[in-house]
Design a protein around this ligand. Structure first.
Ligand code: GAR
Length: 196
């Protein structure tokens, strides 16, 4: 039995979260996803966590008296969960600096572009794919990086490229990139856990 623990943060559909969980279930990732954290109580990713008996937490600044109280709660939850890695999988809220400082090189993010292109505050999901097509780029892809205090700026761990076709629409490009995201995230998490 593995004792490595993963906490996943997501805000949306959760296809990366599902892919990671399936890799855990197949024994490809030597760890357990012990906690799921979201800022969107109604997101599909949370329903998946509930259906699969993964402890879920909704943590949003608006539910606390102050931003500091929210940060303290997040730190307490993480301390209890004691994750070896924290995986952002389509999580759209900024992770507070205090949390980032507490878990150096332990928080990973996946981004749907070849960073540093189309990265930083405001760049997420379909906005990225739309801009790639508008700009006539011939390739795009995804990046996994360590999370630092600056959005999408931490050290890059891995990237994977995909072609952009002349008749692409943001949806078709998103689908091609997501397919690579799913396999790349599993490979990176497996490698980091095995190195640990
Ligand atoms: C993914 O494409 C991920 O790279 C992106 O959101 C999507 C989430 O999809 N993340 C960002 O844009 C972060 N800046 P999913 O909910 O199906 O995993």
């Amino acid at each position: 039995m593995t004792s490595k623990r993963l906490t996943v943060f997501a805000s949306g559909t959760g296809s990366n979260f599902i892919a990671l969980h399936q890799s855990v279930q197949k024994g490809i990732i030597p760890a357990k996803i012990t906690a799921f954290i979201t800022d969107k109580p109604g997101c599909s990713a949370r329903s998946y966590a509930k259906e699969h008996d993964i402890t879920d937490y909704v943590l949003r600044p608006l539910d606390f008296d102050s931003y500091d109280a929210y940060v303290q709660k997040l730190l307490t939850v993480l301390e209890q969960e004691s994750p070896d890695l924290i995986l952002l999988a389509g999580y759209l809220k900024k992770i507070p600096d205090e949390v980032i400082r507490r878990y150096p090189k332990r928080i990973l993010n996946i981004h749907p572009s070849l960073l540093p292109r189309y990265g930083g505050k405001g760049w997420y999901g379909h906005k990225v794919h739309h801009a790639v097509i508008e700009n006539g780029d011939q390739e795009s892809g995804c990046t996994i990086h360590f999370v630092t205090e600056v959005y999408d700026d931490g050290p890059i761990i891995a990237q994977r490229k995909v072609p952009v076709f002349p008749d692409d629409h943001p949806d078709t490009l998103a689908k091609r990139v997501l397919k690579e995201e799913h396999t790349l995230y599993t490979e990176v998490v497996k490698r980091l856990l095995e190195q640990d």
